[in-house]
Design a protein around this ligand. Structure first.
Ligand code: SF4
Ligand code: SF4
Length: 480
């Protein structure tokens, strides 16, 4: 049997040449950028945990409920009828990301992405605490000790944290009240929701215990987009090759020192990199712009008495000595597209009625014939109350005089932010239809701020003469 092919050179920072995992245990670099990121990270964690518990106008600040088909965001409620609003919101978000990337590079990845925030500021610190720092972790890797008591304790703590994160994550989709019900019930009573919870927790545990930086390197599409989202003026974490090269150990003679760049080739920027790359090789897809190499290099520059900033926030053009240009095609077109989409969304949002009414035909046959010869139409009326208070919607029908209208629930009571559906049944004599149709108007009103009139065509047998239509609206039977 032939031996499996061996890659010539490393193809990924996380893979050895024989295909085995190269575990990356970055050396911490607690400089000024680290401290700033730490503050941002812990604030984001607090926001993530607290947000599902905060209510605005009686609804969660953020809830994307698939079972109820509702999306609550900072006091706004998006219903299934808000497809256009939702599309504009998504479009604005995507354009906003494009714009931020064009201006600030991968600032999201380094400062706010949950993958970076939780890995660097929660999971890795616990690992270093239990395993004797990053050196202890590397030693355990080298000796291939993956199940020592301390590592088992680490996995157990990770499991608890992952369970908390999974519950919080799911609260964004089912709400904290429903989640509390899930947690109190036995798994046997709700196997589906239990499985959803268990699989989410396992996915989070697996990601932060095993998969780690590979999520950024091989799974996240955003890193791959950067080659088209960035331009040469975008802000990036960059090594100043003009100042740093030729690199080498500090020279002993003044002549040699004059010919040498500022990089002393200490590799501190490499050993601190959480994705295992060497920033001195230029802009790379694997770089998540976490700034750790900036802190590591600044500490070295302090030691060797050179100015800080050999690795710094810069741009490809600035490093090449070209001037900054804030006005570029993408910094003009993206804001324009964003303003258009977001402005349209806000206009629609603030001019929207307090309720949405959808009228639908009954299920099954378009009409039926009663024993007494009258023609029956079922009409389904769906009312979405966009307000936060309960409302009572009265349903009236104009143009069905001479017939009978049955409405089991009128007015229809709809709680704030809820959607309810009711049916009315219209019975008309056969002669009421002209060419198989009878035009009526369905009016829905809450008696205060909201009234809407929906023209509707009732279906019937064709070939009959039409009677005169009364101008007065008909109050359906069944009204309390
Ligand atoms: S940390 Fe700075 S000096 Fe050291 S190798 Fe990296 S760029 Fe060169
Ligand atoms: S190269 Fe620097 S900024 Fe990029 S991921 Fe590595 S440490 Fe972070």
């Amino acid at each position: 049997m032939t031996a499996p092919p061996i890659a010539s050179g490393r193809v990924l920072p996380t893979l050895n040449e024989d295909g085995s995992r190269n575990w990356i245990r970055p050396r911490p670099s607690p400089g000024r950028w680290w401290r700033r990121r730490q503050v941002v990270a812990y604030l984001l964690m607090v926001v993530f945990i607290a947000l599902p518990h905060i209510t605005i106008n009686g609804h969660p600040a953020f809830l994307m409920s698939f079972p109820k088909r509702e999306f609550h965001l900072l006091g706004w409620t998006f219903l299934p009828t808000d497809t256009l609003l939702f599309m504009l919101f998504l479009f604005s978000t995507i354009i906003g990301i494009f714009l931020l990337t064009a201006l600030f590079g991968r600032a999201w990845c380094g400062w706010a992405c949950p993958q970076t925030v939780y890995l660097e500021f929660l999971y890795r610190p616990i690992e270093r605490l239990l395993e004797g720092g990053y050196v202890g972790s590397r030693n355990l890797d080298r000796e291939r000790k993956f199940f020592t008591p301390r590592r088992l304790l680490k996995y157990a703590i990770y499991a608890v944290i992952s369970l908390v994160l999974a519950h919080t994550f799911l609260a964004y989709f089912v709400g904290v009240d429903e989640l509390a019900v899930w947690m109190r019930r036995s798994p046997w009573e709700h196997p589906t929701s239990f499985m959803v919870m268990a699989l989410t927790a396992i996915a989070i545990w697996y990601n932060f215990t095993y998969f780690r930086e590979q999520t950024c390197l091989i799974a996240c599409p955003y890193g791959r987009w950067q080659s088209v989202l960035l331009d040469r003026q975008s802000l990036i974490v960059a090594y100043d090759y003009v100042r740093g090269e030729p690199r080498g150990k500090p020279a002993t003679s003044p002549d040699a020192a004059a010919k040498q760049g500022d990089c002393v080739d200490c590799k501190a920027c490499v050993t601190t990199c959480p994705t295992g790359i060497d920033i001195r090789n230029g802009l790379q897809m694997e770089c998540v712009h976490c700034t750790q190499c900036m802190d590591a290099c600044d500490a070295i520059m302090d030691k060797v008495g050179k100015p800080r900033g050999l690795i710094r926030y810069s741009s490809q053009e600035a490093l090449a000595g070209k001037p900054k240009r804030l006005v570029r095609p993408r910094t003009v077109l993206y804001p324009l597209a964003f303003t258009l989409a977001f402005g349209t969304m806000l206009t629609l949002l603030f001019t929207k009625e307090s309720a949405d009414v959808t009228v639908l035909r009954g299920l099954g046959a378009p009409f039926s014939e009663e024993e007494d010869g009258r023609i029956a139409n079922q009409v389904r009326i769906k009312v979405a109350n966009r307000g936060s208070d309960e409302a009572r919607y009265r349903i009236e029908l104009d143009g069905a005089t001479g017939g009978r209208v049955i409405a089991p629930e009128n007015p229809l009571v709809v709680a704030g932010g809820e959607v309810r559906e009711t049916s009315i049944f219209v019975l008309l004599p056969r002669e009421a239809f002209t060419n198989g149709a009878r035009e009526v108007t369905i009016t829905v009103s809450d008696g205060a701020r909201f009234t809407t009139a929906v023209p509707w065509r009732l279906q019937g047998p064709s070939g009959s003469a039409a009677p005169a239509t009364s101008p007065a609206p008909d109050t359906p039977e069944g009204t309390p």
